[in-house]
Design a protein around this ligand. Sequence first.
Ligand SMILES: [Zn+2]
Length: 72
Amino acid sequence: MINSGQCPYCKTILYSLTVEEVKLKIGYSSNGWHGLSYSCPVCHKVISVQINPNLLNKDLEKALKNSHKPGY
Ligand SMILES: [Zn+2]
């Protein structure tokens, strides 16, 4: 495998990324979404973040239940 993608910070050619679980919050809300961050294994800077696709259904169900609560 010949990779050409570089870390935008340290310019290392990336053959792997470090994936970590993060909580994604909107504003000051206590509720959040399960997310994943992708970091450079050399300089450890975060390159990208996304909603965790494996837990999206669970988070969406919780958000929909909370949206029907009074005062939400
Ligand atoms: Zn880097």
